[in-house]
Design a protein around this ligand. Structure first.
Ligand SMILES: [Zn+2]
Length: 429
């Protein structure tokens, strides 16, 4: 669930705005333009580049492996990554039954941080947990509230001026969600703080929903989508390349959102505050909606935890691919759900569980899932044993000469699967 810009008008911002315009009025516009062209976050200038990021990754030296850390000190910094679980500790986000987006956003952010920390090239920060903001950020909000509002106003005025003179094109994005002023200010505050702290990458973590879904009823759409800054923004190019790398990894296993406006998978947006509406973010910035809040894999707590961990792992692998880096996680597989050993029989009568989740992954690897003629959206990875799993299992069995366990995971099918996927060639015997 995303928060887009909406016009904030408060007495304070009007007064500050009037002062700002008053000062600006006396400075020749040419001087302002020259100044703006040479600082970060400026239209028509890339604030960050793919090659710059990759160079920084490769130039980092692990100080523990260097004889004289003084010599190789500050000029070999790490890649600074900020992970922002969407919404606030006690406010906002999609909800379905007992599942609250603002909590599972934190679960995913923490899983992703754990994977990233296995690579010493990264310096990883998470902006909040389920109870509170990161202390530094909390302090920044209280100390800098007025300067955040002033900065936001300045960025808006600058862009509106460029739109007025025709050098920037206003893009109309669908569905604007209104949020309280304080929420928007904290979002812009995170942007300003990330710029000032020289973060290289900001990853916003969300789960999706849509406005017309009827409360308490499962919706019609499935899948993930990645939002990136619109192409006129300074951080757009690098963000799109970065997003593309994560998209390639997530889409190996997971469906892409089938809402028409999101079905391209990586979507540009001009109004999402978190990725830098009004050109307010210098670092690479993406916003991932990992799935719809009502999708069946989030209902069972074990399956939910395993799937969220897998989303985080695929995101991590996408980031490693972007930097052309190795997988440092210690997991010797391209999924956290395999290897796996199936120790009991399974059929449609079973409740959702991780054995079924691993079965779907295994059938996916064998190219029987989703079953022939079905899409990933019709048959997503859910941990639920339904028609899709039964059909895929049936085809797997036919292919392996098993004809008496039709669509049920019985002893013979388990034996074959355990040979293929237990990670130990002898365990199926
Ligand atoms: Zn959200």
């Amino acid at each position: 669930m995303k928060i887009r810009f909406f016009l904030k008008i408060t007495a304070v911002s009007l007064i500050i705005g009037a002062l700002f315009i008053g000062v600006a009025y006396f400075i020749p516009s040419q001087i302002i333009n020259n100044a703006l062209r040479n600082i970060a976050g400026t239209f028509f200038v890339d604030s960050i580049t793919v090659s710059g990021l990759i160079d920084k990754y490769n130039n980092y030296l692990d100080h523990q492996n260097v004889i004289s850390p003084v010599v190789y000190g500050q000029d070999r910094p790490k890649i600074k990554i900020l992970i922002v679980p969407g919404h606030e500790p006690d406010y906002g986000g999609a909800e379905f039954g007992f599942v609250k987006e603002r909590y599972i956003n934190v679960d995913l952010a923490d899983d992703l941080a754990r994977f990233l920390k296995t690579d010493p090239h990264y310096d990883v920060t998470v902006s909040r947990d389920n109870k509170k903001w990161l202390p530094e950020l909390e302090k920044y909000f209280s100390d800098s509230w007025d300067s955040i509002n002033l900065w936001e106003k300045g960025k808006k005025d600058e862009m509106l001026e460029l739109i007025a003179d025709g050098s920037v094109r206003k893009i109309t994005n669908p569905a604007h969600q209104t949020v309280p002023d304080s929420v928007a200010t904290r979002l812009y505050g995170i942007n300003k703080w990330a710029d000032e702290q020289n973060f290289d990458i900001v990853i916003n973590v969300h789960f999706n929903d849509y406005g017309t879904r009827r409360l308490n009823l499962t919706g019609d759409y499935y899948g993930f989508v990645i939002y990136v800054p619109e192409r006129q923004y300074s951080n757009s190019k690098a963000s799109k390349t970065f997003a593309g790398s994560i998209f390639n990894q997530l889409s190996k296993y997971f469906a892409v959102s089938d809402i028409p406006a999101e079905s391209v998978g990586v979507v540009e947006d001009q109004d999402l505050i978190a990725i830098g509406s009004y050109n307010t973010v210098d670092p690479v910035s993406i916003l991932v909606e990992y799935g719809y809040i009502y999708e069946p894999q989030f209902k069972n707590p074990d399956v939910k935890d395993a799937v969220i961990n897998e989303y985080a792992y695929q995101t991590f692998l996408g980031i490693q691919n972007f930097f052309k880096a190795s997988n440092t996680s210690g997991i010797l597989s391209d999924t956290t759900l395999l290897p796996h050993i199936w120790q009991k029989n399974l059929s449609k009568s079973n409740n959702p569980e991780n054995d079924i989740l691993a079965l779907q992954l295994a059938l996916k690897k064998e190219e029987f899932y989703p079953p022939m003629g079905k899409t990933k959206n019709e048959c997503p990875i859910t941990g639920v044993f339904g028609y899709c799993t039964e059909e895929a299992l049936f085809m797997f069995q036919a292919n392996n000469g098993i004809f008496d366990e039709k669509g049920i995971l019985g002893v013979k099918t388990r034996e074959v699967l355990n040979v293929f996927f237990s990670g130990n060639k002898n365990s199926g015997n």
